[in-house]
Design a protein around this ligand. Structure first.
Ligand SMILES: [Zn+2]
Length: 164
């Protein structure tokens, strides 16, 4: 659940000149090892629900080493990893990556954006937030992501405050 421009450049590096500009969704899907065709904005169904992040397209990539990533102006999801997560957590992963595309560069801000998007769009209630908390608590912390209990506490504060 981090921005994965490095991964995409590694994938594309053998086939195209490495540039600073991120690839398009179509280019990523073409060169990624195990991806599906690009899903247009507004066409994504996740956890039984239509999901949208502005004009962002989505690429399903089974080789992605995380649940999701935000690259350039599109979102990459690993359908195999998501399949092991509850629907509320699947939606939240997408919303978290949407936060990255909306200028929330750090992980805590993207977490916050994700739960508020869910609250404001009506797909995340208090029970769903418990599910998301249980999900992030299982994710190992790293240099970008705080321990799950801390992420959960911060997300509960975001969910309860009125701002977006
Ligand atoms: Zn992230």
């Amino acid at each position: 659940m981090r921005r994965a421009a490095v991964v995409s450049l590694m994938v594309l590096g053998a086939c195209a000149p490495v540039t600073r500009a991120p690839p398009s969704a179509e280019l990523y899907a073409r060169f990624a090892l195990v991806s599906q065709p690009v899903t247009a904005a507004g066409q994504l169904t996740l956890g039984g629900r239509a999901m949208q992040c502005g004009a962002a397209k989505t690429v399903m990539d089974r080789a992605l080493r995380d649940y999701g990533a935000a690259i350039g102006d599109f979102i990459v999801l690993n359908p195999d990893r998501l399949a092991g997560a509850p629907p509320d957590a699947q939606l939240w992963v997408y919303a978290h990556e949407c936060g990255h595309l909306n200028g929330r560069t750090d992980e805590a801000a993207a977490d916050c954006f994700g739960v508020r998007k869910g609250r404001d769009e009506g797909w995340l209630d208090a029970g769903g937030l418990d599910t998301v908390c249980a999900f992030v608590t299982k994710v190992a912390p790293d240099h970008l992501h705080a321990p799950g209990a801390d992420r959960c506490a911060a997300m509960r504060r975001c969910f309860a405050s009125s701002a977006r």
